[in-house]
Design a protein around this ligand. Structure first.
Ligand code: ZN
Length: 275
């Protein structure tokens, strides 16, 4: 359902935007010599488990929520001109990777167990029409440290071409309301169905109170990793997965790649300061 890639034009826009924001982000957020900044120069941790990463100082967090042990070195660009920023990858020097899991079609206890056992927090882009049959299932992920975000009500992958601004806004705010009712938190991040976005969508996302559109450049799919660039995970990658029957195989593909790359799984919302 989410396999489409953003159009070339959209991607070019996003990269250009990121490039511009990176310049200001680095200048505003560098934290030289901060004792809580961890020790990324000491080399990647051999394990993704926070308990084995001794050097970073965990930031305060509610019990049961995984900490972000790294001082964020990227600042989310603000809404400008009524347009939500589009993020495809986080420019960071820290050995971090971000796991996102979409839709919510298959609700297996195995998926809860795998995230919990590995202590991986994930950003869950849920579609309300897809999870409406059992929304409570996803509360177990919140207890484990994950957060529910916005992936629309209807999952219309052609919404940017078929619908105008108001219809898109309605489909986005519908999921905002559903998330507040079911999970007690207003989402801050949005993922477009299929990955395509437009100026009208960026306006609607901002108007709905969301902070950013999140796409991806790597995904775990059909039991293996697919990379839009290169052949391995990079620091700051945002990885797409789905709640599908092959969840365990996809999860293992991601975990193997993440361990091989020496990256920590950190909650995207924590790193961006929008949890
Ligand atoms: Zn999707």
């Amino acid at each position: 359902m989410c396999d489409d890639h953003p159009s070339t034009a959209s991607r070019r826009t996003a990269l250009g935007f990121l490039g511009a924001s990176l310049v200001t982000g680095v200048g505003a957020c560098a934290v030289p010599g901060n004792q809580s900044a961890g020790s990324p120069t000491a080399g990647p941790s051999p394990s993704s488990s926070a308990s084995t990463a001794m050097s970073p100082t965990p930031s305060p967090a509610a019990p049961g929520r995984l900490r972000n042990p790294f001082e964020p070195d990227f600042k989310l660009p603000p809404i400008q001109g009524g347009l939500a920023p589009v993020i495809t990858k986080i420019p960071t020097k820290h050995p971090v990777v971000f796991l996102t899991i979409d839709d919510g079609a298959v609700k297996s206890p195995e998926s809860v167990r795998l995230l919990k056992e590995n202590d991986y927090p994930a950003t869950l882009f849920l579609t309300s029409n897809t999870v409406r049959d059992n929304p409570a299932f996803f509360k177990a992920f919140m207890e484990q440290g994950s957060l529910v975000e916005n992936h629309t009500v209807s999952h219309n992958v052609n919404m940017t071409t078929q619908w105008g601004y108001q219809r898109q806004l309605d489909d986005i705010t519908g999921m905002q309301d559903f998330a507040v009712q079911q999970y007690g938190r207003k989402p801050t991040l949005f993922r477009p169905p299929g990955g395509s976005y437009s100026t009208a969508m960026r306006q609607a996302v901002a108007a709905a109170g969301l902070k950013a559109i999140i796409t991806w450049e790597a995904k775990a799919n059909a039991g293996r990793m697919d990379y839009q660039y290169g052949h391995s995970l990079r620091p700051g990658d945002i990885v797409l997965m789905h709640f599908r029957p092959e969840f365990a195989a996809d999860f293992e593909a991601f975990r193997s790649a993440q361990v091989a790359a020496g990256l920590e799984v950190v909650l995207l919302e924590d790193f961006l300061g929008v949890a």
